[in-house]
Design a protein around this ligand. Structure first.
Ligand SMILES: NC(=O)c1ccc[n+]([C@@H]2O[C@H](COP(=O)([O-])OP(=O)(O)OC[C@H]3O[C@@H](n4cnc5c(N)ncnc54)[C@H](OP(=O)(O)O)[C@@H]3O)[C@@H](O)[C@H]2O)c1
Length: 276
């Protein structure tokens, strides 16, 4: 069967393939209009994916293919966006919705590339690769509600997806969920090192730390995301957890450090956005 794609994914790297594989799992591709992948040097994973689903993978969109495209998801590195836009802008229909997942690339910058087309800027995070991502997006005033709903469906295939209406909030989103997985990985690292310092074998300490972070995360999710309540449930007065929390929650402790870290990341996101 010859399929005529209405959805184009530009860039089949880490994030692009995370999106594409979630779309496959959610059987979205047939509903959203079959997919074409654009990547000049696709990885074996991307080629295998395209072969398995019998979809086209091309170095760039030609005019005929581009004319049918309703939604484009841009998943190339921010520094390549201008170059990619030069070709795309020439061939895409004016009505096409453009969804960018590039970190720090503002709607203003996207507008300078794609003019008055419908534009959406999204900020996903790495757990999208396993369908457990957290994404927030903002739409330009030109984007119609049905286009925003289409983008929401595509992004929500990778986990939770929420829309905000003020672009500047994406700096805070970047600082919390975009960079957030790294903070959690650091927590696991630090917990393992601390376990080792208490005499545990390094391999066992790492295993315990990783399983604890992963298990606690899953419990948090399954119990409705009230971290303070779950913490209280595992803390008895005068017990071992309370002894640790006295240190972590004391002056200059974990909460204060997290506040400073997130604030620093948000400021950096604002700076990078201004330079983009
Ligand atoms: N990875 C994440 O967790 C994450 C999280 C949030 C946002 N993002 C955003 O997602 C975007 C992609 O990041 P990534 O980590 O997936 O990068 P990546 O792994 O480098 O993927 C980008 C892909 O685009 C390809 N490409 C290069 N030039 C192209 C062109 N002209 N047309 C089509 N494809 C082209 C690259 O090929 P080559 O490798 O051959 O250059 C690569 O396969 C970035 O803008 C990033 O800010 C990523």
């Amino acid at each position: 069967m010859v399929r005529k794609p209405r959805l184009a994914l530009i860039g089949a790297g880490h994030m692009g393939m995370a999106l594409a594989s979630c779309w496959e799992n959610q059987e979205l591709l047939a509903k959203q209009g079959w997919l074409v992948i654009v990547d000049p040097a696709p990885s074996d994973r991307a080629r295998g994916f395209a072969e398995r689903l019998k979809i086209a993978i091309v170095p760039e969109l030609d005019k005929e293919m581009a004319a049918r495209i309703e939604t484009v998801v841009l998943a190339v590195k921010p520094k390549l966006m201008a170059e990619v836009a030069k070709t795309l802008d020439q061939v895409l229909p004016q009505s096409a919705l453009i969804v960018s997942v590039a970190a720090g690339l503002t709607l203003h910058r996207l507008k300078s590339y794609y003019g008055d087309r419908q534009l959406i800027r999204a900020m996903p995070n790495t757990p999208a690769a396993i369908g457990r991502g957290a994404t927030v997006f903002v739409a330009d005033a030109n984007a119609h509600e049905d286009a925003c709903a289409r983008a929401h469906t595509l992004l929500a295939a990778t986990g939770m997806a929420e829309r905000v209406y003020e672009e500047k909030l994406l700096d805070a989103v970047t600082a919390v969920s975009g960079s957030g997985p790294a903070y959690v990985f650091l927590l696991a690292e630090a917990l393992a090192v601390a376990g080792e310092a208490e005499g545990l074998d390094p391999v066992l300490a790492r295993k315990l730390a990783c399983e604890t972070v992963a298990g606690a995360g899953e419990l948090l999710r399954q119990r409705g995301c009230d971290p303070a309540q779950l913490r209280a449930e595992v803390t008895s007065v005068g017990g071992t957890t309370a002894a640790a929390l006295d240190v972590l929650m004391g002056s200059g402790g974990f909460a204060e450090m997290m506040r400073r870290a997130v604030s620093s990341a948000a400021r950096r996101s604002t700076q990078l956005g201004a330079q983009s």
